[in-house]
Design a protein around this ligand. Structure first.
Ligand code: AMP
Length: 401
C-alpha cells in the first residue's frame, strides 16, 4: 500500500495525516495526529491510528522537534514515514498570491517564492514554511508538494476579484480577492456534475463550505467565478469566530471612538466575533442546544448567520444566471440539517426545493437532498481537504518520478 503524508503547519500546531490517496472521502485516514502548543511550556502530541489514540505530553520548542518526536512515536509503532511507502508529502500552504494556481513541486526556489508572499499571510505562510523546511530535512528522499488554499481561485474574473478602491494603492499593496478554502471548493464542486448526471463543462453551481471558517463559491463549468473570502479569510459569511463582511467604516469608528488599536480590532474581528461574538459560543452543536433552551442571543446569532448566508446564495444565483446545484459541505454544512433547511427556505419560485425527509437522513457520504422535481439540485458532499491534498501531491509526484 502506498500513502501520502499530509502536513498542515500552523503558527503553534502541526496537523498531519498519512493517507492512501485512493481512499474514499469518508474513510478514516491510516494515521492522523496533531502537535499542539509548539513553543509553549507544555506541548502535546496526539496520534490516532487503528482506532486508538496516543497522547504524549512534553514541551515542543519548535516545529522541527514536533515533527521529529511525532516520527519517533510513529516509528515505534512501525508506521513511521520511512517505514512505509510514502510517495509524496503534501503541504497545505495558505497563500499562493497571484503566483501559484496549481500544486507545486517544492524546491529551494519555491520556498523562497512562498516566503515572498508572507506580507499577504503574515501569520500563516511563515508557519507553512516551517513545516515544509522541517519535513524536507527529515524526509529528503520523497517529493514535497505545496498545495495552495488560494490556488483554485487564482483566475477569478477581474469583476469579481477587484475591489473598488484606488487602483494604484491596490496594485502597490497586492490588494484583491484571493479566496480561501480553495482545495475544499475544488474537491466538492468536482464531484457534483457526476452526482447529478451532468457534463462538468456545463454545470453551474454554488458551494457552501460551512465549518468553523465558512466560505461560499460560485463555479461555472469547472471554474470559480466568485467567492466570499477576500484578501484575507476574514471576509464573507458569518463564521464561528470571524465577523465576515462588515462595513469597513466600523474599523475607523473603533479606532477613533472606541480607542482600540489595530491589533485589538484584528483580534476582535477574527477571534471574538461571528457566532461567538453574538452568542458566546462558536460551535454549532452548542449553539443549537442554546436555541433549544430558548436562549435569545443564540437565536439572534443564528438568524444573523442564516441571513448573511442567504445574501450570498442570492447574489451567486444572479451571477451564475442558471444554477444546477447548491452543495453544503464542512462541519456545519454536513451535519446541521436546520442550517440547510433555513438557508434554502421558501425559494421554490427559484426552483429550489429541499426534501425534508432526505435532509433528515444521518450524515452518510455524498447525497442529494432536494426533491425529485427540484430544478436546482441540493447536495451534501463531505469535504476532505487532507485527502484532496494527498491526491494532488501524489499526482505531482507521479509526474516527476
Ligand atoms: P470544520 O471547520 O469543517 O471542522 O467544522 C467545525 C464545526 O462544525 C464545529 O465548530 C461545529 O460548529 C460544526 N459541527 C461539527 N459537528 C456538528 C454537528 N453534528 N452538528 C452541528 N454542527 C456541527
Amino acid at each position: 500500500m502506498s500513502y501520502a503524508l499530509v502536513i498542515n503547519s500552523g503558527s503553534s500546531s502541526i496537523k498531519f495525516q498519512i493517507v492512501d490517496p485512493a481512499a474514499d472521502a469518508s474513510d478514516d485516514p491510516f494515521v492522523s495526529g496533531l502537535v499542539e502548543q509548539i513553543g509553549e511550556p507544555q506541548g502535546r502530541i496526539t496520534v490516532k491510528y487503528n482506532g486508538d489514540k496516543f497522547i504524549v505530553q512534553k514541551p515542543v520548542p519548535t516545529h522541527g522537534v514536533g515533527l521529529q518526536e511525532t516520527f519517533k512515536i510513529l516509528d515505534a509503532k512501525g508506521i513511521g514515514p520511512t517505514q512505509l511507502d510514502i510517495v509524496a508529502a503534501g503541504h497545505r500552504v495558505v497563500h499562493g498570491g497571484m503566483v501559484f494556481s496549481q500544486p507545486e513541486l517544492i524546491n529551494d526556489q519555491v520556498v523562497e517564492m512562498i516566503r515572498d508572499l508572507i506580507p499577504l499571510a503574515p501569520l500563516h505562510n511563515p508557519a507553512n514554511i516551517d513545516g515544509i523546511e522541517v519535513a524536507r530535512a527529515l524526509l529528503p528522499n520523497i517529493p514535497h508538494v505545496a498545495v495552495f488554499d488560494t490556488g483554485f481561485f487564482r483566475d477569478l474574473p477581474p469583476a469579481a476579484a477587484l475591489y473598488a478602491i484606488n487602483a494604484d494603492v491596490a496594485e502597490k499593496n497586492l490588494i484583491r480577492r484571493y479566496g480561501f478554502h480553495g482545495t475544499s471548493h475544488e474537491f466538492v464542486s468536482s464531484q457534483v456534475a457526476e452526482m447529478i448526471g451532468r457534463d462538468p463543462m456545463h454545470t453551474r453551481q454554488i458551494v457552501l463550505h460551512l465549518g468553523n471558517g465558512a466560505s461560499a463559491s460560485a463555479v461555472a463549468n469547472g471554474k470559480p467565478i466568485d467567492t466570499s473570502m477576500g484578501l484575507t479569510p476574514l471576509a464573507g459569511l458569518v463564521m464561528g469566530t470571524r465577523s465576515g463582511d462588515i462595513d469597513p467604516g466600523i474599523i475607523f469608528h473603533l479606532v477613533r471612538q472606541g480607542g482600540m488599536s489595530i491589533d485589538e480590532i484584528d483580534n476582535l474581528l477574527n477571534r471574538q466575533s461571528g457566532v461567538k461574538g453574538l452568542s458566546g459560543v462558536n460551535d454549532f452543536r452548542e449553539l443549537r442546544t442554546m436555541i433549544d433552551n430558548e436562549n435569545t442571543d443564540a437565536w439572534l446569532a443564528y438568524n444573523v448567520y442564516i441571513n448573511q448566508l442567504r445574501r450570498f446564495i442570492g447574489s451567486y444565483m444572479i451571477e451564475l444566471g442558471r444554477v444546477d446545484a447548491i452543495t453544503f459541505t464542512a462541519g456545519v454544512g454536513e451535519n446541521d440539517k436546520d442550517v440547510r433547511l433555513d438557508a434554502l427556505d421558501n425559494l421554490e419560485m427559484y426552483g429550489i426545493k429541499v426534501d425534508p425527509e432526505k435532509n433528515d437522513l444521518p450524515n452518510d457520504g455524498p447525497r442529494v437532498i432536494s426533491t425529485d422535481d427540484s430544478k436546482v439540485k441540493v447536495l451534501v458532499i463531505p469535504t476532505n481537504e487532507e485527502l484532496a491534498i494527498a491526491q494532488k501531491a501524489a499526482a505531482v509526484a507521479a509526474q516527476v518520478s
